[in-house]
Design a protein around this ligand. Structure first.
Ligand SMILES: [Zn+2]
Length: 115
C-alpha cells in the first residue's frame, strides 16, 4: 500500500483527523525504533501533509448570524435558502462577520433589544 492509496482508504472509510494523527504518530514511533524505516516514509510524508491541510483555523473563518435575533442559528435548506432556526420566519436575512470575535464583540457584550 503506498501513501496515496492509504489516504484514499482513509477517505473512503471516513477516518477522522484525530485517528489519522494517532496512526501517523504510531508509524513514526515504529520507524524510530528500528534501524531502517519499516513504514514507507512516503506514507508518513503524505499523512503529514494531509494532517496539515485538515487543520482549519476556525478562529479566522467568517460567521453568519441571523439579522433579527443575532444568534448563530442559521441553517441552509435544500433550495440554498438561509433560515434562522430560532426566528423561523426569517429567510435569507443574515449578517456576515469576518470572524467569530467580531460577532462576539458586537452582540455578546450587550443586551439585544427586542423590536
Ligand atoms: Zn433569528
Amino acid at each position: 500500500m503506498n501513501g496515496n492509496s492509504l489516504l484514499e482508504y482513509m477517505k473512503d472509510n471516513k477516518i477522522r483527523t484525530e485517528e489519522m494523527e494517532k496512526l501517523n504518530n504510531y508509524f513514526k514511533q515504529i520507524n524510530s525504533m528500528s534501524p531502517f524505516p519499516i513504514i514507507d516514509t512516503e506514507v508518513i510524508m503524505n499523512l503529514d501533509n494531509k494532517l496539515k491541510n485538515n487543520k482549519i483555523d476556525y478562529d479566522s473563518e467568517p460567521v453568519i448570524c441571523c439579522a433579527h435575533c443575532k444568534e448563530l442559528t442559521i441553517k441552509i435548506d435544500e433550495y440554498n435558502n438561509e433560515f434562522c432556526v430560532l426566528c423561523k420566519n426569517s429567510l435569507n436575512e443574515t449578517e456576515i462577520h469576518p470572524t467569530i470575535f467580531h460577532w462576539l464583540n458586537k452582540y455578546k457584550n450587550k443586551d439585544i433589544i427586542d423590536e
